[in-house]
Design a binder for this molecule. Structure first.
Ligand code: 5GP
Length: 206
C-alpha cells in the first residue's frame, strides 16, 4: 500500500491573493501535488470554467452534498457556500499523492481538526491598508462588501497562530517559491519520514 499523501492547506484572509499565488504555483511544471477543485454556489466570474476554477453548483446541490457527508469542509462566505469535496481528496491521499487546498480560514480550521497531520500555511498581506486597496483594485465588490471583507480580514489575521507557517504575499512569484520550499522541507520532517522508513526496515528484517 502506498504511503498516505500529505494534505497541504493554503489559507489566509480574503483578498490577500491566495488564488493568484495558487495559480502561480500550478502554472509551473514539476509540482508533486495536485489541486483539489472546490465547490461553490457563487456566480461564475468572466473567464472562469466549471470543473477547472470551481464546480459551480446550486444552493440545493451544495446542501445535498453536505447532508450526504460529501464535504471535507465547507463555509458560508459573503452569502455563498464554498467547500472541498471529500471524495477526490481521499482518493488522492490514499494513492499516496499530496493534495493542495486553497480555502478560507473557517474551512481551514475544520480541516485542521479532522486532519491534524496536514501542513497549514497562512498567506498574509504586507499590511492591511494594502489589502483594502487590492480589494478596491480588483473591482468586483462594492464598498459595503469591501468593508465587510476588511472586518473579516482583521479577525482572520488573528488566526495566524493556528498555522504552521506564515508567508507574506509581497510578490507573487516570491510567495509561490516560499510555499514550494516549505512543502519540500515538510516532506522530510521526521514525523512524516520515520514511519515509512521504519516500515521499510521492518520489511527488510522479515
Ligand atoms: P472567491 O469567491 O474570490 O473565488 O473566493 C472567496 C474565498 O473562498 C477565498 O478566500 C477562497 O480562498 C475561499 N474558498 C475557495 N474555495 C474554498 C473551499 O473549498 N472551502 C473554503 N472554506 N473556502 C474556499
Amino acid at each position: 500500500m502506498a504511503k498516505r499523501g500529505m494534505l497541504i492547506v493554503l489559507s489566509g484572509p480574503s483578498g490577500v491573493g491566495k488564488g493568484t499565488v495558487r495559480k502561480e504555483i500550478f502554472s509551473q511544471e514539476g509540482n508533486k501535488f495536485d489541486y483539489s477543485i472546490s465547490m461553490t454556489t457563487r456566480e461564475k466570474r468572466p473567464g472562469e470554467v466549471d470543473g477547472k476554477d470551481y464546480y459551480f453548483v446550486t444552493k440545493e446541490e451544495f446542501e445535498n452534498e453536505i447532508a450526504n457527508g460529501g464535504m471535507l469542509e465547507y463555509a458560508q462566505y459573503v452569502d455563498n457556500y464554498y467547500g472541498t469535496p471529500l471524495k477526490y481528496v481521499n482518493e488522492m491521499l490514499d494513492s499516496g499523492k499530496d493534495v493542495f487546498l486553497e480555502i478560507e480560514v473557517k474551512g481551514a480550521m475544520q480541516v485542521r481538526k479532522k486532519c491534524p497531520d496536514g501542513l497549514f500555511i497562512f498567506l498574509t498581506p504586507p499590511d492591511l491598508m494594502e489589502l483594502r486597496q487590492r480589494l478596491i483594485n480588483r473591482g468586483t465588490d462594492d464598498i459595503a462588501k469591501i468593508n465587510k471583507r476588511m472586518k473579516t480580514a482583521v479577525e482572520e489575521i488573528e488566526m495566524m497562530q493556528n498555522y504552521d507557517y506564515a508567508v507574506v504575499n509581497d510578490e507573487v512569484p516570491r510567495a509561490a517559491e516560499k510555499i514550494k520550499t516549505i512543502i519540500r522541507a515538510e516532506r522530510w520532517r521526521v514525523k512524516r519520514f520515520l514511519p515509512d522508513y521504519k516500515k521499510q526496515l521492518g520489511d527488510a528484517l522479515k
